[in-house]
Design a protein around this ligand. Structure first.
Ligand code: ADP
Length: 483
């Protein structure tokens, strides 16, 4: 396998939900089975050892009691008791040793150690008056040591009995083997169950992924519908909402492109018609020639104005953070705008009035804000009636400043209010064109105000006039600071 394929495989399984669910299910199933089976084998073995010891103790105590009664250690030629001792050893497949008060072995059912001495710890403890028992796992035997007392209570010897535990240890080994087999079988079963359930749980997610994949084959995709569970419904709904937004964006982009083409074509068509009609005529009088050329020049101005406005908009769209913020004297800025536009107003005898309620300093991009307010005042003059008025007012509180541009013009019908900020949208196309409008002015204004995190509202009554109100924070905060 190449290194690349190994990396891909690793990546695939590291993040796989399927693998995670599978492992968790398997873990939940296998760990308890293994732990419980180990505990069961262990505790059942312990219980067996305990019960064996209890039984051994019971039998040995009875024999020791008889020995004490018949003073066996002093007189060992008692065939009945000797036979009992031998039988006890045989019964437990073990060995019985009797140690006298000199630590000498006076009886050994194996007849191997008689006459030798036994000063083992167990024997010593018995002479101290205590019973001892010990399970030697390696030697596979159980050892019990009991003191044999005289009538006066003194200890005259010790009975040490060892019982073979080979059978129990073999049984445990068998149980261990069975446990291993059972664990492997349950493991295999659990793997199958975990595979099945993890597949079942992951299926809705895969379905969603496939549906999204299929839907993305189209350019903007179609809605998806997966009603498997609440979560997939939620994902599908979120995806469909995102698609709807993308569709709207796509539509508005297409609309924009077609609007741009149309707007750019209009002056060119006019220029072409004017030029063609000049070419088509022979001996054109100079006056007509000049008139047509003036019209052509006006159309070129229009074209270049549209291009300028478009560029302004595009620049604002992509350079959201490129505001050149400084402390701006808003009063001075508005006065400057009115001064520049006064000649335009005078042409139609429109009265330009400025009302400032207080001096206002604010953080803003002076050039851009100037353009936004100029557009509003220019519109107020352009869409006014002869001898009308335009009132610009500036006010502020501790947080915001407010600029109101009110006019006595033609007004805008309510149903158009939502649209006038769209690019190339004009209420009265003919009027906008004759006044040299591109349909981009309010779009630019809104963009600039949004960049300043401000808002713009409109109120208008047809035939009476329009008021635009702009509200912008006096201190500019960048987007990341706000977050
Ligand atoms: P334009 O370049 O056509 O003026 P704008 O984006 O500035 O484009 O304005 C969009 C449209 O909104 C205008 O064509 C006009 O119909 C309408 N409008 C804007 N301002 C006013 C106003 N003060 N009074 C009446 N109509 C207005």
């Amino acid at each position: 396998m190449t290194e690349m394929r190994q990396i891909k495989l690793r990546l695939k399984y590291r993040g796989s939900l399927h693998l995670w669910i599978f492992s968790i299910l398997l873990g939940i199933g296998v760990i308890p089975v293994v732990v419980i089976s180990i505990l069961l084998v262990h505790s059942s073995f312990e219980n067996h050892v305990k019960s064996k010891l209890a039984e051994l103790q019971y039998q040995s105590v009875a024999v020791v009691a008889e020995m004490e009664q018949k003073d066996y250690l002093t007189n060992m030629s008692q065939p009945v008791l000797t036979a009992e001792v031998e039988q006890l050893a045989r019964f437990y497949r073990g060995r019985v040793i009797l140690v006298d008060s000199d630590y000498r072995i006076c009886k050994d059912t194996y007849h191997l150690a008689e006459g030798k001495y036994n000063i083992s710890q167990e024997v010593l403890m018995c002479f101290g008056g205590a019973n001892t028992s010990r399970f030697d796992e390696e030697g596979k035997y159980l050892e019990l040591a009991l003191p044999i007392t005289r009538e006066d209570g003194s200890i005259q010897g010790v009975l040490v009995i060892t019982a073979s535990m080979e059978f129990l240890i073999d049984l445990r080994e068998q149980l261990e083997d069975q446990r291993l087999v059972a664990t492997i079988v349950t493991g295999v079963l659990l793997i199958a169950v975990a595979l099945f359930f993890s597949g079942l749980l992951v299926r809705p997610v895969k379905k969603v992924a496939k549906a999204i994949d299929d839907s993305s084959q189209d350019s903007v995709g179609g809605d998806i519908q997966i009603n498997d569970c609440a979560e997939t419904i939620q994902i599908a709904q979120a995806y469909n909402r995102m698609l709807a937004r993308l569709r709207a964006l796509d539509e508005s982009r297409q609309q924009f492109v077609s609007n741009v083409s149309h707007e750019l074509k209009t002056p060119i068509t006019s220029i072409r018609v004017l030029a063609d009609s000049l070419i088509g005529q022979e001996e054109v009088p100079v006056e007509l020639y000049q008139e047509f050329m003036t019209d052509i020049s006006a159309e070129i101005d229009r074209e270049s104005q549209i291009i300028d406005d478009l560029l302004t908009l595009v620049r604002m769209d992509k350079s959201k953070t490129e505001l050149n913020i400084s402390r701006v004297n808003i009063n001075e800025m508005i006065e400057g705008i009115l001064k520049r536009l006064r000649p335009l107003a005078m042409k139609r005898n429109v009265e330009l009035v400025l009302e400032t309620f207080r001096p206002v300093l604010a953080d803003a991009d002076a050039v851009k804000l100037n353009l936004a307010i100029t557009n509003l005042v220019e519109n107020a003059i352009k869409y006014n009636v002869d001898n009308g008025w335009v009132r610009v007012s500036l006010n502020a509180d501790h947080q915001f400043f407010y600029i109101k541009v009110a006019d006595s013009g033609i007004g805008i019908p309510d149903k158009e209010w939502d649209h006038i900020f769209e690019r190339f949208y004009r209420v009265d196309k003919a009027r906008s064109r004759t006044t040299g409008g591109t349909g981009l002015g309010l779009a630019i204004t809104k963009s600039i105000i949004s960049l300043h995190h401000g808002g713009i509202r409109i109120h208008s009554v047809e035939g009476e006039g329009t008021t635009f109100t702009v509200r912008i924070s006096r201190t500019y905060r960048r987007q990341e600071e706000e977050a």
